[in-house]
Design a protein around this ligand. Structure first.
Ligand SMILES: [Zn+2]
Length: 424
């Protein structure tokens, strides 16, 4: 497609090329020597004023968010966006022209499965300007957005699941809008030479100025959602989660994309193997079962991996999809029941107490659980480290322990457990 670039007002043409698996979306500046390529990744973010600019070295590509939104929402993971200028054509200020282009070219499934970013726990970013973006677990990609202009003019709210179909119908046609007081200084500085009422809606006071009437009564919030999708495409992976956005902007969107990229890095570092000691340092399953009377499906300790002094113990339980409770908790959405984590804590605490008393002819009975908190869900494939510390004991009759379950270096549950000992 050809058109005008917003900032310079010059002619620009854009061409979408297919790309191989794991290529991602990259921009190619055909107008520069050696035709440099810029990866559409958050690490290359350069500017977030009014539009999103990425770059590598001295090469820049401005206003990438609308074409990125179209590619991402229309299910394109790999493509080269070739341009002969530093900015895509602005079109009508929406993502519609790019959607048309993608549909005209067609989309092909590639051999590798798509990688998703699954939101496991809530995350949020907040800016000084009042923007708030919260990311919540959700099985689909959903955006709920509140937009409000200066003095809360044009306050609008919309919540919807983003699929290629809903994007094309409800979001892609929504055009860029600007407030007159914001663009006037830019026009005076000659900064938006390509801007016109053909590619933007101008809001002046209560008046809405545009070449054509509003496409939706709530077109502004729809365009905000479009920008969120485009900016978050820089995170590099499709999101399965629910974004709740209040007064979002490019800066806050980019900050969330950065947080997502960081979390992805952290997760991939965590998935690496971790040495779990064997031998004298701990207790293997056989030794655990000599002390604990619990058996399948109720033995919640695979191995004790260490004692620290007389009062601390760490054990490990690998959570697999074969755990019997996953069949019913819940079908299609396996989450480890919190009470089973408390049971794991109790068993590990018992192992510590038995080691302390050096006797196995007694059995510890759970008396109370205080301050139990479930902080994060535990899924099949997680390795759960269970820590217990003796905090108080009264002879060989009663003991109090503080326990934590940890997955990927984050506390998933905790509680204070009290035991009494009775002869077997
Ligand atoms: Zn926009």
């Amino acid at each position: 497609m050809s058109g005008t670039s917003l900032h310079t007002g010059e002619k620009v043409s854009l061409k979408l090329h297919p790309a191989t698996v794991d290529h991602g979306i990259k921009f190619k500046r055909k107008d520069l020597p050696d035709e440099p390529i810029i990866d559409a990744k958050i690490d290359n973010l350069k500017m977030v004023e009014r539009a999103t600019t990425i770059g590598e070295g001295s090469v820049r590509v401005h206003t990438v968010e609308h074409v990125l939104a179209a590619l991402s929402a229309m299910d394109v993971d790999n493509a080269i966006v070739e341009m002969d200028a530093n900015e895509p054509p602005i079109g009508d200020g929406s993502a519609q022209p790019y959607v048309d282009l993608i549909k005209k070219a067609g989309v092909t499934a590639q051999e590798e499965p798509r990688q998703f970013f699954d939101v496991r726990e809530s995350m949020h970013v907040e800016s000084k300007t009042g923007a708030l973006l919260v990311l919540l677990p959700c099985e689909t990609f959903r955006i709920s957005c509140t937009q409000a202009g200066p003095n809360n003019r044009f306050a609008q709210f919309l919540s919807m699941e983003i699929t290629p179909a809903t994007f094309e119908r409800e979001i892609a046609p929504a055009r860029t809008f600007v407030y007159y007081e914001d663009v006037q200084p830019l026009m005076e500085k000659n900064l938006i030479k390509g801007g016109s009422l053909e590619n933007a809606i101008v809001v002046r006071g209560e008046a809405v100025l545009s070449k054509e009437p509003l496409r939706f009564a709530d077109e502004f919030v729809r365009h905000k959602i479009l920008d969120i999708i485009g900016d978050l495409a820089l995170a590099g992976r499709r999101i399965r989660g629910h974004i709740v956005a209040v007064k979002p902007g490019h800066a806050a969107n980019a900050e969330l994309a950065r947080a997502l990229a960081r979390e992805q890095t952290r997760r991939s570092a965590m998935s690496g193997s971790r040495a779990i000691p064997i031998g004298d340092a701990g207790l293997d399953t056989g030794e655990v079962m000599k002390i604990l009377p619990h058996r399948y499906p109720f033995l919640m300790v695979d191995r004790v991996i260490g004692f620290e002094g007389e009062n601390k113990i760490t054990a490990v339980k690998c959570i697999t999809i074969n755990e019997p409770f996953f069949q019913g908790h819940f079908p299609g959405h396996p989450v480890m029941p919190g009470v089973m984590q408390v049971e794991a804590m109790a068993q590990v605490a018992s192992l510590l107490l038995f080691k302390l008393t050096k006797t196995t002819n007694r059995i510890g009975y759970f008396m109370s659980a205080d301050g139990v908190k479930f902080r994060k869900p535990v899924f099949p494939g997680d390795t759960m480290f269970i820590h217990a510390e003796l905090t108080r004991s009264r002879g060989e009759r009663m003991a109090k322990t503080k326990c934590y379950c940890v997955v990927n270096d984050a506390v998933v549950s905790e509680g204070e457990l009290m035991f009494t000992f009775l002869d077997k």
